[in-house]
Ligand binder design. Structure first.
Ligand code: PHE
Length: 372
């Protein structure tokens, strides 16, 4: 057996010009996240979570050669970094990113090269379909999230909604459409108001929303615009509850919103103060190391590397992209962000969501069971 694998190794070395990795060398894993730019907290939290998982794996004797690239909160950069990781660094698999528009660029570039991708956090429904069979995710998608948000509002008795939509982000337009479908199906009426990521003055949008006198305002965008918009709205939106998607999940959000009397709820993947002892143990460890409680991205970052390690364990040759992609797509794993079964037609787990309330920080409010 030993001699056999030695011989195979030699044949590979000589037969393939010597640039083939030895089977015992650590697998090369690329990670692409927004480490700078306007959603840098997403990247920071994801990478922190990944590092904790990396430590856990090392302690078990499992080693990955992990390379981090910054997509700078830009979809074009996400595309370039994917090509760099594949062509220059020879990575076997890529983890990333957060914003769906950026992940789409990663998945399209990786599909061309035939390299598997797992996104920890991108929820736009179409991603895994566009990315092809080697593209998977460990989070729920936005048709689920849209229904979670719409039903939450309907259950509170709020029937007339306005959704504030970032027209530059596929996540935001897709999620708004999913909120609309579920809200109308449950007897609500809804209209849309638009802005674009990067905007800083929201006076028009704020006024247009206020003019409609909604019972609830939905947000399908990201916190760097949503936080300041709520702060700028001040008295104009007084007394109207705000319901947002996971794009609001950031330790920066409460600071950006400032002092407000508004009730702000958001759906997410994980809450650091949820009553699960495993979550609390993770939150304690994270806070000790990084000085703040983990947000959703931290939990998803932690889980995504462990999901990869679990899939690698089930491969004969994890350097075979087809085999690794199939193993990832067959994952059934209980992580700190919940149970995930990736063996669905869209390689998207039907996972539980949590509703979080913004009260000083982000506070666990209630769990929402996965769609059947
Ligand atoms: N779901 C968002 C998207 O697809 C990204 C996100 C996930 C943001 C989790 C914050 C927390 O674009």
């Amino acid at each position: 057996m030993k001699l056999g694998s030695l011989l195979v190794g030699l044949v590979l070395l000589t037969g393939c010009g010597g640039d083939k990795e030895s089977p015992s060398a650590p697998l090369k894993v690329g990670a692409i996240f927004p480490m700078t730019g306007n959603t840098a907290t997403y990247g920071e939290e994801s990478w922190n979570g990944i590092q904790l998982a990396w430590d856990d794996l090392k302690a078990q004797g499992i080693h990955f050669d992990l390379k981090l690239k910054d997509e700078k909160s830009e979809s074009q950069t996400a595309n370039i970094q994917t090509k760099t990781l594949i062509e220059n660094d020879g990575v076997n698999v890529i983890l990333g990113s957060v914003a769906s528009s950026n992940t789409l660029q990663i998945m399209l570039a990786a599909k061309e090269a035939g390299i598997p991708v797992i996104t920890p956090a991108s929820t736009n429904d179409t991603l895994t379909e566009q990315g092809g069979p080697l593209a998977s995710r460990i989070c729920f998608n936005d048709s689920f999230q849209g229904a979670v948000l719409a039903n939450f509002a309907l259950n509170e008795g709020w029937r007339k909604g306005v959704a504030v939509v970032d027209k530059a982000q596929v996540y935001s337009t897709g999620l708004a459409e999913n909120i609309r479908k579920a809200f109308e199906a449950g007897g609500g009426t809804i209209s849309f108001e638009y802005y674009s990521s990067g905007d800083t003055d929201f006076a028009n949008t704020i006024q247009n929303v206020a003019n409609q006198k909604p019972q609830v305002i939905f947000f399908s965008g990201y916190y760097p615009e949503g936080g300041p918009m709520i702060r700028q709205a001040g008295e104009k939106w007084k007394g109207v509850p705000l319901v947002a998607g996971d794009g609001f999940d950031s330790p920066e959000l409460p600071k950006l919103v400032g002092d407000t009397s508004a009730d702000i709820f958001l759906s997410s993947h994980f809450a650091a103060d949820a009553p699960d002892p495993k979550v609390q143990e993770f939150a304690k460890r994270y806070e000790e190391r990084f000085g703040q409680p983990p947000g959703a991205m931290a939990g998803l970052g932690y889980d995504v590397l462990l999901v990869l390690a679990d899939a690698v364990k089930r491969c004969k040759d994890p350097r075979d992209p087809e085999e690794l992609g199939k193993a990832i797509a067959a994952t059934k794993y209980k992580g700190i962000t919940g149970y995930m079964d990736l063996s669905t037609p869209d390689r998207t787990p039907r996972k539980d969501a949590v509703i979080v309330k913004v009260e000083g920080g982000l506070k666990f409010y209630r769990a929402v069971p996965a769609a059947k």
